[in-house]
Write a protein that binds this ligand. Structure first.
Ligand code: PRP
Length: 218
């Protein structure tokens, strides 16, 4: 699918704060947490239904609503930059199962002629995925899309059945990366707060926000 934008005003506000080079580690990390929460709410709003449930208030019985499917959510944390982003998502999906995968670009190898990086996967622990599940693969940066394609390969390998929904969620994306993921995994719904202008020669998103892992962790 074509990428969809998270258009909530607070998402744009928060992303702008973390783009700012003056935003230090704590502010950057908190911004990513906040962004994760907002994106989680947006996923719920756009993709999940509610059902009517009886509620007893202190005064009377009435009918309320409950979001369906919140017990069948799997969040994949792509180490390391996704960790604060996932912390925010968990506020929207508190009962989610979590998968962890460490996937990193081999920066020394550089980009190949197709604009992709070799990716090494050093660790993974993924939960069982079934056709009841809404899977959210979270990584704040989608640059060349090489990391995400590798992660999706592992996630779908771990799935017993195709998940009901598969979201690729990022804060900032490059057009090239979205095209790559969409071509390789057309079944995934791409969701991002911003589609930036381009990738530079080193494969960094411009204007971007720098290195999200470094800015969060040191
Ligand atoms: C960054 C980012 C993504 C990846 C995106 O991670 O968090 O995982 O690069 O690039 P791609 O779309 O071109 O593959 P990095 O490899 O710097 O690791 P880190 O999160 O541990 O800093």
């Amino acid at each position: 699918d074509q990428a969809k934008l998270v258009t909530h005003a607070l998402a744009k506000d928060t992303l702008s704060q973390i783009r700012d080079v003056e935003t230090e580690q704590v502010g950057f990390r908190k911004g990513l947490v906040k962004l994760g929460r907002i994106c989680g709410y947006e996923i719920i709003d756009g993709a999940m239904e509610t059902e009517y449930v009886p509620v007893e208030t202190p005064l009377t019985e009435t009918t309320g609503e409950r979001v369906k499917g919140l017990d069948d959510v799997v969040i994949i944390n792509v180490l390391r930059a996704a960790t604060p982003f996932v912390e925010g998502l968990l506020k929207a999906f508190p009962r989610a199962k979590q998968g962890v995968i460490s996937a990193g670009r081999d920066e020394e190898a550089g980009m190949d002629e197709e604009g992709a990086f070799p990716i090494s996967v050093d660790y993974k622990k993924l939960p069982e995925i079934t056709d009841d599940d809404t899977v959210v693969v979270a990584d704040p940066m989608l640059a060349t899309g090489s990391t995400m394609c590798t992660v999706l390969e592992h996630v779908l390998e771990a799935a017993i059945e195709d998940p009901e929904d598969l979201f690729v969620l990022s804060a900032v994306s490059a057009p090239e990366g979205l095209v790559r993921v969409n071509e390789e995994y057309p079944e995934a719904d791409l969701l991002t707060v911003s589609i930036d202008d381009e990738l530079n020669e080193e494969g960094f998103i411009v204007p971007g926000l720098g290195d999200a892992g470094d800015r969060s962790f040191r």
